[in-house]
Design a protein. Structure first.
Length: 283
């Protein structure tokens, strides 16, 4: 406001440049997704048109019809939902208990455990692929959604524990003390007092873990041969011949897979913001 009073021209120039930068960044982020949406509504012959003609070409739903008529894609949606939901549920259950212990109790080696969790969460997937494959085949879990879900826990549980631990530390201890004075057990305190307070963090970590499990490709490609998840099904999409690349159905399948994630983000956006900003400012 001081700049506006002293030099109005410079003030409006800065605001113009700021909004111009916002527009450029927005277009840069949304243009690939918008182009994918356009491609999903275009015929195969329209893909070779110039960009302007392609943007205004006739709309068709044949790609979406072809995608939903594909039995492999429907099975992929089913298995992706089972594996992602199962991995998130197990991660939140065990992660909540671990975060409660790490955030509330003092014991020897707690800091070392936190460092181990952080190290595991940033470990590359390819480094543990061989060992996981040996374990999954040894326990006869190959091509089994349970085996894939267990493999996802390697990166969903550490992430969940790390985020929830920092959130538990910021919960006022008076809430827990009041529940204990009223006769509640530690488990009752956790489920009836702390869990409702932790709901924004649980929603945030659960949603981010769900997105990671839903979009995961390497483990799904390695550990599943017939019961494949959606990313593997889309990657193996083939046309009528070896020279045909069905970009329209591929983009339609990608849009269908993205819609649930966008819907979840829109539904829980308030919880996500609260969970991400919790503990950022201390009074």
């Amino acid at each position: 406001m001081y700049l506006k009073r002293t030099n109005p021209g410079m003030y409006y120039l800065q605001r113009t440049l700021f909004y111009l930068l916002v527009i450029v960044i927005t277009l840069y982020l949304l243009l690939p997704f918008g182009w994918a949406v356009l491609t999903s509504f275009r015929r195969a012959t329209d893909l070779f048109l110039p960009p302007l003609q392609f943007a205004f070409a006739p709309t068709t739903l044949d790609n979406y019809t072809q995608v939903f008529a594909n039995a492999s894609f429907r099975r992929g949606l089913f298995f992706s939902t089972i594996v992602a939901v199962g991995a998130v549920a197990v991660s939140l259950l065990f992660g909540s208990f671990a975060a409660y212990a790490l955030g509330r109790f003092r014991f020897r080696g707690k800091q070392f455990i936190m460092y181990i969790i952080l190290a595991v969460s940033v470990f590359p997937q390819i480094a543990v692929l061989g060992g996981l494959f040996t374990l999954i085949t040894r326990f006869n879990l190959f091509d089994n959604p349970i085996g894939l879900m267990v493999s996802y826990l390697i990166f969903t549980i550490p992430f969940t524990v790390w985020v929830l631990t920092s959130f538990v530390r910021d919960i006022p201890g008076e809430l827990e003390e009041a529940a204990l004075v009223d006769g509640a057990s530690p488990l009752q305190t956790l489920f009836k007092v702390l869990f409702p307070v932790m709901m924004p963090a649980l929603v945030t970590t659960g949603l981010l873990a769900f997105i990671n499990a839903w979009n995961e490709y390497l483990f799904a490609l390695t550990f599943m041969s017939t019961n494949r998840t959606v990313p593997v099904v889309i990657a193996n999409y083939s046309g009528a011949s070896q020279f045909d690349q069905p970009w329209g159905p591929i983009m339609a399948a990608s849009i269908v897979v993205t819609i649930p994630l966008i819907t979840l983000v829109l539904i829980f956006q308030r919880n996500i913001v609260s969970g991400l900003t919790a503990g950022a400012v201390k009074g």
